[in-house]
Design a protein around this ligand. Structure first.
Ligand code: NI
Ligand code: MN
Length: 226
């Protein structure tokens, strides 16, 4: 699976020839000045919850590309009221077959109010199943025991986990999360963007290494095959 890191919790994933954009927060991100949102090609935009730092660029990119928004019912409805009618609503535990593979919506322990104060439903994560690969995108979440169930149900081969602490799991809990989901290839996200979530990269990598896992901290704009 080919992944490009766009900063904060945003990735562009190429899955079966389709471009999946996760949690676009690019133009307000000081660290992502090298990324031009008008050059991003998306077929689908997956949004984990209603917070601004996960959807700031979703409307403009959806408008330009005609991408379908995949999120919970409340967020898809909110976008449709705001001029983005193409959406696919889901909720916890549900799986849907798209033209690139299957998406399962899983729970996350966080909050989800939208930028205008309206309800963004419940926060979520996604498991993307394609061929023999299962990619887990945690969204913003605390460590929770349901991750164990996810690992038992799906053989998760790659995971993007939040590691920045303060608002989400920090590194130590993310190491436990990677045990729960049974995955040893972890991409870090939701760190360094703001003062509260700045982390020590060397210490984070070594914490995962000690647990027999590999933590990838991608450069913003970097593309890698996993
Ligand atoms: Ni959040
Ligand atoms: Mn966030």
């Amino acid at each position: 699976m080919k992944l490009t890191y766009l900063g904060h919790a945003s990735f562009l994933a190429e899955v079966t020839g389709k471009n999946l954009l996760f949690d676009p927060f690019i133009s307000p991100n000081e660290l992502a000045r090298s990324i031009h949102t008008d050059k991003i090609n998306a077929d689908y935009i997956l949004i984990s919850h209603g917070h601004e730092d996960h959807l700031a660029d979703a409307a403009s990119i959806a408008k330009r590309t005609g991408a379908t928004i995949i999120s919970n019912f409340e967020i898809v409805t909110w976008f449709s009221k705001n001029g983005i009618p193409k959406g696919h609503p889901m909720n916890y535990g549900g799986t849907w077959s798209f033209d690139f593979g299957k998406v399962k919506m899983v729970n996350a322990v966080h909050s989800s109010t939208l930028p205008d104060g309206s309800s963004g439903g419940n926060p979520c994560g996604f498991i993307i199943r394609h061929h023999k690969d299962n990619f887990y995108f945690s969204g913003d979440t605390a460590l929770h025991f349901d991750m164990k169930l996810m690992g038992e149900h799906d053989k998760i081969t790659l995971a993007a986990l939040c590691i920045g602490d303060n608002f989400t799991m920090g590194v130590d809990d993310a190491v436990i999360a990677s045990d729960f989901i049974g995955c040893s290839k972890i991409i870090g996200m939701h760190y360094d963007t703001f003062g509260y979530i700045k982390i020590d990269h060397t210490a984070a990598k070594s914490a995962f290494r000690k647990a027999g896992k590999e933590l990838f901290l991608m450069n913003i704009g970097e593309t890698a095959e996993f």
